[in-house]
Design a protein around this ligand. Structure first.
Ligand SMILES: Cc1ncc(C[n+]2csc(CCOP(=O)(O)OP(=O)(O)O)c2C)c(N)n1
Ligand SMILES: [Mg+2]
Length: 579
């Protein structure tokens, strides 16, 4: 899966970008997803001809948004950061929405950029001027953890060490290092000695004080009806088991969020309701103590339960997230009350709480399951059902789910069973996230499958070429309602409120006349493309064929024409998503 360069002669005299490349290898950056550009032609040459295109290896992408989404998906599935290289200002602009997604998803990523030459006297006419911007990092500063434009090789070493360390320190996120073209292309002679990277690693998790653990344990042990909101947690199996043990010891109701990756077995008797974007406020309202394990939106969730009345439960907040709350983006959500505030990651707090709480008597809450309904048309529900039947006994990692997915459609029983959504609500991430997960999980025996809307697919479809070129098997099922349907629902809402004709809701939303041949777009990039599937009896056989192709190493896309419409959310969501 690597493009192998012809050998390059060994040279005594090196270039600035060779040193930067050597530092990337020392930092163990496995891949660089990129779309090329002259602003970093020096670094490009160093990766190919100085490092031989390995450790890091380039992954060519057809769009910068795909490059960043691939790095995002890779980090979600592996917990490890990879790099992205974005050409000067224009590539950075293309990649910026995906950087925002990664930021909101708290995913580590090293974003490299380039500019210049910063020295105006060395700029080529026209193009170097267009592609030089003052303070280029300002484009992404509000949704990266740190950025820098180093002016020398030693400064670049330090910038890369710091960028990787900061990106990997919780709360994790992308960092941006902008490499001056002149620095990359400067002759430097011998390689300046590389620092010992082991001395610059991210710190180990911070532990909460004994006092706060005691206070939290006291509230939980004395609770009549505790609830746990499990949000952003790691993919560790040990941490997964510890959460189960804590919930069982406390006999607490557990809620999970469809915005974040699998965090608790959804078929466990204590799992209160299917994972949802807006969890069931009515169920939560029965709780007197709520333990929020880095839940994305605790304030919004508590408000959904208690409305404008004071929140009738004690709240224990476990999160380091406030360390990166700043002024520009409000992705930090509302400010939740916290009667006990543990400023640490959930994985650090849970084992300590488990040791400190008293066991509560069993009181299993009744489970809500989606009522059995016979499939009458091809819908997201029937797609889910067929997929579930065909993958029983296969380890699957779902890298994306469509907006119309109901959390009751499929159970998650392992931290890798579901990798969450796009973080920032930026449509178009689905294909790239899927390819990134496929890169991370290749060879593990897990099948990566992204189920996504046609709008999401169409915006990000060229990420698929990267998957076919580098032989990264994955399955993409397009829940194709031929519409930006989420927004049809918004138009319907507005029309109703204003007493205007609801039947116009499709205008400016519907993607038909002509219908787009989604499978052909996949085939054009070397994937197996199946569909459109219109009939219920075609659904299962075509998915079966698709799964077989993926198991044999293919990238396969199935265009499934689903009827427009979302299942009534199971878990009390009164508000349709406004995105
Ligand atoms: C980059 C971006 N553009 C537009 C939107 C607004 N938006 C939210 S959902 C949506 C529709 C997505 O369509 P599709 O993936 O087909 O899912 P469907 O709504 O049809 O279920 C749009 C356009 C967005 N969130 N992000
Ligand atoms: Mg759609």
């Amino acid at each position: 899966m690597r493009d192998v360069p012809v050998a390059s002669p060994r040279q005594e005299n090196l270039w600035g970008s060779d040193a930067i490349a050597a530092m990337l290898r020392a930092l163990d950056i496995p891949y660089l997803a990129l779309n090329p550009g002259a602003s970093y032609r020096g670094l490009h040459d160093s990766i190919v001809n100085y490092l031989g295109n390995e450790r890091p290896q380039m992954l060519l992408c057809l769009h910068e948004e795909a490059a960043v989404a691939i790095a995002h998906g890779y980090a979600k599935a592996s917990g490890r950061m990879m790099g992205v290289v974005l050409h000067s200002n224009v590539g950075l602009m293309h990649g910026s929405m995906a950087i925002f997604n990664a930021w909101c998803d708290r995913v580590p990523m090293l974003v490299l950029g380039a500019t210049g030459p910063w020295d105006a006297a060395r700029r080529r006419p026209w193009i170097d001027w267009i592609h030089t911007a003052s303070d280029q990092g300002a484009l992404v500063r509000d949704y990266t953890k740190w950025d820098n434009q180093p002016a020398s090789v030693p400064a670049a070493y330090e910038a890369l060490l710091r960028a990787v360390q900061i990106a990997d320190t919780a709360p994790r996120g992308p960092t941006y290092v902008n490499l001056d073209a002149a620095l990359q292309e400067a002759k430097i002679g011998a390689l300046p000695p590389l620092p010992d990277v082991s001395r610059y690693r991210a710190p180990p998790p911070v532990l909460p004080s004994q006092e706060t653990i005691r206070a939290a344990a006291h509230l939980l042990s004395a609770a009549k009806s505790p609830a746990i909101l499990v949000g952003r947690v790691s993919r560790s199996e040990a941490a997964w088991k510890a959460r189960i043990a804590l919930a069982e010891k406390l006999q607490a109701r557990v809620f999970t969020d469809i915005k974040t990756p699998a965090a608790f077995p959804t078929d466990h008797p204590l799992h209160a309701a299917p994972p949802a974007t807006f969890p069931d406020g009515r169920l939560l309202k029965e709780s007197d103590v709520v333990l929020s394990l880095d839940w994305v939106d605790p304030a919004g969730t508590l408000k959904a339960a208690w409305g404008d009345s004071p929140i009738g439960a004690k709240v224990i907040r476990v999160s380091v997230d406030a360390h990166i709350h700043r002024g520009w983006s409000m992705d930090y959500q509302g400010l939740p009350p916290s009667d006990v505030y543990l400023m640490c990651e959930p994985d650090a707090a849970v084992p300590l709480l488990l040791d400190s709480v008293r066991a509560r008597p069993a009181a299993v809450s009744p489970k809500k399951e989606l009522p059995e309904q016979k499939d009458e048309a091809v819908s997201i529900r029937s797609l889910a059902r067929a997929f579930n039947e065909l993958t029983a006994g296969t380890d699957v990692s779902l890298s994306k789910l469509p907006l119309g997915w109901n959390g009751a459609y499929r159970h998650f029983r392992h931290p890798l069973d579901y990798l969450g959504t796009d973080g920032g609500g930026g449509v178009g991430a689905g294909p790239g996230l899927t390819v990134g997960a496929a890169l991370a999980l290749k060879g593990t025996g897990r099948m990566v499958a992204g189920i996504m809307g046609d709008g999401d697919y169409l915006m990000g479809v060229t990420a698929l070429w990267t998957a076919t070129h580098y032989k990264l098997p994955c399955l993409i099922l397009v829940a194709n309602n031929r519409s930006f349907y989420n927004d049809e629902m918004h138009q319907e809402r507005v029309a109703r409120e204003r007493g205007r004709p609801v039947e116009n809701k499709w205008i400016g939303q519907r993607i038909d006349q002509p219908d787009i041949d989604l499978a052909a777009m996949a085939r054009a990039q070397g994937c197996v493309g199946i569909g459109p599937i219109r009939q219920l009896d075609e659904l299962k056989p075509s998915l079966e064929t698709a799964i077989e192709h993926v198991k044999n190493g293919a990238v396969c896309v199935v265009d499934v024409r689903v009827v427009p419409g979302y299942d009534a959310p199971m878990s009390g969501a009164a508000t349709p998503p406004r995105r």
